[in-house]
Design a binder for this molecule. Structure first.
Ligand code: GDG
Length: 472
């Protein structure tokens, strides 16, 4: 059966030579599925974009269609920068102080979701009119909570999947939203809703029970006569791609150059979008605490923090940028000596080959989000470090926040509470001194989990479960 994907971001991007797949795991996992099954990907066209509203891809086979929903500036601001980024994102991550509910955000969100759903319905109706089978729908993430409901109203027998990429908070937190019930209702029109962990799925079922009085039996939620399953379907990375980057000619040299440029010190690495959920400021403070507690480490270790610009123009993100500049300046001002700088802060984006070189160069990856649905940086680091260690390179260690989805799966990591500066400092000290045999053992344990959750396997497992709907 063909597939209609509904997601905020498009799977392809313009390049000087035509069109190429977008970066990121979702596009690389789902493009092959779409090429195989055929169908469409419905995505947003932002106010500054000039992309065609409909195009086929890949150019040679035209296996599927990319359809854009064009948004003008005010609508984009309220739907995306507003409801998605200033309400749903912080709420899902339990950062209630960042939530700014606003009636106009809510209205724009509803209107935009309707437009996405109607674009998806159009694709299905064209298929049906041409005598083809009705496609399966797969809706992605917190930007699209009301889409299933509108699709269901248009095509009552549609098969609709939904994947939620961020944490689903406890019911008592979710209910803070004035529109909580409407949003839940919108999602419950799906047949299957997937989450990264069983804990999030359980929170979702509880929200449906507490806020809407839905009936919950096992994984199944029954609401107004419709059954929706909430299941755990953890996502991973494109393992082959990252292992390939790590083994590519020149990769080891690039990693050696990074180490040399930093003066041969031990490297503690952070890689994140510059986002307040990622725990960047507390991580800097924990590193400062580490320098206070272990003066013998001065001149021997640097924290390399790559912070990719993200959601600029949203006040909380602009403020975080200023605070990070201040914190890195403060720590360096206090401790730098000769050629050694304790913090190497890079506010820029890198290409994936460079990122893989940083993963390879790192002694410890310091991944300390305050909350994170999964966290793919942890997977990427483990995959790269494991494959390099296997080929005779230095194995790295992973320090990981226990408040991430990844903590449920990556057993070889050192788990930490991201709010505990002393605990972070002490764990960092332990991880830096970890004997090589133990690093190797932990890495091979993590590698297994990373392979198990490979993003292609994720897509396949989810779709199998969705396709099985109604077959019992
Ligand atoms: C959401 C959920 C969930 C970062 N800097 C650069 C760059 N990156 C890439 C990393 C990684 C990705 O961005 C970040 O993925 P995460 O999973 O860590 O976090 P979110 O962006 O918040 O993703 C998260 C995910 O969805 C999937 O469901 O795991 O919990 O919040 O792949 O490598 N990539 C490049 N240059 C950079 O400078 N090329």
């Amino acid at each position: 059966m063909s597939l209609v994907l509904v997601a905020n971001r498009a799977p392809i991007r313009p390049t000087p030579d035509g069109w190429a797949p977008s970066l990121g795991g979702l596009a690389s996992a789902l493009l092959p599925v779409l090429e195989d099954r055929g169908g469409a990907w419905v995505a947003m066209r932002g106010p500054d974009e000039e992309t065609p509203l409909t195009q086929t891809y890949p150019p040679e086979t035209a296996a599927f269609t990319v359809r854009r929903v064009p948004l003008e500036e005010p609508e984009f601001e309220a739907f995306y920068q507003g409801m998605a980024n200033r309400v749903l994102w912080p709420l899902s991550h339990y950062l209630v102080e960042h939530v700014e509910p606003d009636r106009s955000f809510r209205d724009a969100y509803r209107a935009v979701n309707r437009r996405f759903a109607h674009a998806a319905l159009d694709v299905a109706r064209t298929d049906l009119a041409a005598g083809r089978e009705q496609p399966t729908f797969w809706v992605q993430d917190y930007h699209m909570m009301l889409v299933p409901e509108t699709i269901r109203a248009g095509l009552p027998d549609a098969r609709i999947g939904f994947f939620w990429h961020v944490p689903w908070p406890a019911s008592e937190v979710f209910r803070i939203l004035p529109s909580a019930r409407d949003l839940l209702r919108g999602m419950l029109a799906s047949d299957l809703v997937g989450f990264h962990t069983e804990g999030y799925a359980e929170n979702f079922r509880e929200s449906a029970r507490d806020l809407l009085g839905a009936k919950v039996e096992g994984e199944t939620i029954t609401f107004e006569g419709h059954r929706c399953r909430a299941e755990s379907h953890p996502i991973g990375i494109d393992v082959e791609r990252f292992e390939g980057l790590a083994m590519a000619p020149g990769a080891a040299e690039m990693a050696a150059e990074i180490r040399e440029d930093l003066g041969g010190v031990q490297i503690v690495l952070g890689v994140d979008r510059l986002d307040y959920t990622k725990g960047l400021l507390l991580r800097m403070e924990a590193f400062e605490r580490f320098l206070e507690l272990y003066p013998e480490r001065h001149g021997e270790v640097s924290l390399v923090q790559i912070a990719t610009p993200s959601r600029t123009g949203v006040p909380a993100y602009d403020q975080l940028k200023r605070e990070m500049d201040e914190a890195s300046g403060r720590i360096n001002g206090r401790y730098a000596k000769g050629a050694w700088a304790p913090v190497r802060y890079r506010y820029q984006s890198f290409d994936q080959a460079e990122l893989a070189a940083y993963y390879q160069a790192a002694d410890v990856a310091f991944v300390t989000p305050l909350r994170d649905g999964m966290n793919l940086v942890a997977h990427e680091f483990a995959a790269v470090s494991a494959v390099c260690a296997e080929r005779g390179g230095r194995p790295g260690a992973l320090v990981l926040s226990e408040l991430t989805g990844a903590a449920d799966y990556l057993d070889g990591a050192f788990l930490v509470n991201p709010y505990d500066a002393d605990g972070l400092a002490r764990t960092l000290d332990t991880a830096l001194d970890l004997p090589e045999t133990e690093r190797r053992a932990r890495l091979s344990q993590m590698r297994e989990a990373v392979r198990d959750l490979d993003v292609h396997v994720w897509a396949q497992r989810f779709l199998e479960s969705l396709d099985a709907e109604g077959e019992d």
